[in-house]
Ligand binder design. Structure first.
Ligand code: AMP
Length: 372
């Protein structure tokens, strides 16, 4: 029992966005204190934290300070420098370790890990030069997508090649470093699943979410995903296998493609709670944030139950004003506002979770608001 990080302890979070904020809400409910490292004054997590260290995520001195005042460290996004974290590992518990970060912040390592673990992924090739791009595209065929190995998110750092004419423009991505070329998967649905594991090896999965993107940004999630029982079961098994193989501690989000023939391909891993899991706050017996806090503090993990079907809609900058009016006109909709000061088009400002007995009817209601 001595391995437990008990209520009253301080959880240090690297990154002060909405994920950190929702982790903090969950931790506070359980009696923990929160310290956050983020360069932005009054960032979403700082608004609900006990301590805010205002500095860059990779500032070694600041991280040291965070480690000093924390009993356990976690991160809310994957672009944290693993080597900086390694420097404080003797000083404070970092249950997620750095291996998970190293794998998930590099698309090539991620795909190699998945392939080696026996998880189906789209055919891919490592690309360093235009010649390699020319050779590999002949092997993989069109369409294919070229992605930078590091630093891309929400579709940034990607180029879809439809014909030979796209090669020269796609090749510009190589100026940013090594890329990965992936065969295009003709998917019917994009889904995701959150999985939690603790140090004792307990694993607990969430229901499968069906995700709808617009301009490569998540717009809506539908839970449970409208896929067969077989696909749901298979996706859960994939999630459990990944959690085991990667020796996960905490929550991991897994994005996958489902084809018409019900083939499943893993696309991307997020070593933290994920946007498509926000529905779990209201719709599940434990949210992804509850489970993350339980796991990193060493507690046993419950089986997560879906209490009700749900539709989650993201509030981006352009939706904010109208969405906040829904607090009045749709009293049963759960409107979350992340408290961000700068409203920008495409920036995630909040989300709405709608619990429902009828997904089609709810999607229609969402459309009728004409906000999205
Ligand atoms: P990612 O950054 O890898 O999540 O990619 C962003 C979006 O591009 C995904 O949500 C998919 O809609 C699409 N995409 C990425 N890779 C592929 C692929 N190999 N086949 C089909 N669609 C893809």
């Amino acid at each position: 029992m001595s391995n437990l990080i008990e209520p009253g302890s301080t959880i240090g979070i690297i990154g002060g966005g909405q994920l950190g904020r929702m982790m903090a809400f969950s931790a506070k409910e359980r009696g923990y204190k929160i310290a956050v490292l983020d360069p932005t004054k009054n960032c979403p997590t700082a608004q609900v934290a006990d301590h805010h260290i205002e500095a860059a995520y990779n500032d070694a001195e600041a991280l040291n300070k965070l480690a000093e005042i924390s009993d356990v460290l976690t991160y809310e996004f994957e672009n944290v420098d693993a080597s900086t974290i390694k420097k404080v590992i003797d000083q404070v518990r970092v249950p997620q370790g750095t291996n998970l970060l190293l794998i998930t912040q590099n698309r090539l390592k991620e795909k190699e890990f998945l392939k080696k673990s026996g998880i189906p992924v789209a055919a891919y090739a490592k690309i360093k030069t235009v010649e390699e791009l020319n050779d590999s595209i002949q092997e993989l065929g069109y369409p294919a997508v070229l992605k930078t190995v590091q630093g891309g998110y929400d579709g940034k750092g990607q180029y879809v090649l439809k014909t030979k004419a796209d090669i020269s423009e796609a090749a510009l991505l190589l100026e940013n470093g090594i890329c990965i070329l992936e065969k295009w998967v003709e998917f019917e649905k994009e889904v995701s699943i959150m999985v939690t594991r603790n140090e004792r090896g307990h694993i607990s999965t969430f229901p499968v979410s069906e995700n709808i993107h617009q301009n490569n940004i998540l717009l809506k999630s539908i839970i449970p995903a409208r896929v067969s029982e077989k696909v749901q079961e298979e996706t859960k098994k994939i999630a459990e296998k990944i959690a085991e193989k990667i020796q996960l501690v905490g929550v991991l989000g897994i994005e996958l493609f489902i084809t018409k023939d019900e083939d499943i391909y893993a696309n991307e891993l997020a070593p933290r709670p994920h946007n498509s899991g926000h529905y779990s706050i209201e719709a599940c017996s434990d949210s992804q944030f509850d489970m993350h806090i339980r796991a990193i503090c060493g507690y046993s993990l419950p089986k997560v139950e879906l209490l009700k079907s749900a539709v989650m809609v993201n509030i981006l900058g352009e939706h904010l004003e109208k969405s906040l009016e829904l607090n009045e006109s749709k009293p049963s909709w759960h409107v979350h506002d992340y408290g961000k000061a700068d409203v920008k088009i495409g920036r995630k400002m909040g989300h709405i979770t709608i619990l429902t007995d009828n997904i089609d009817k709810t999607l229609k209601e969402v459309n009728e608001t004409k906000i999205w």
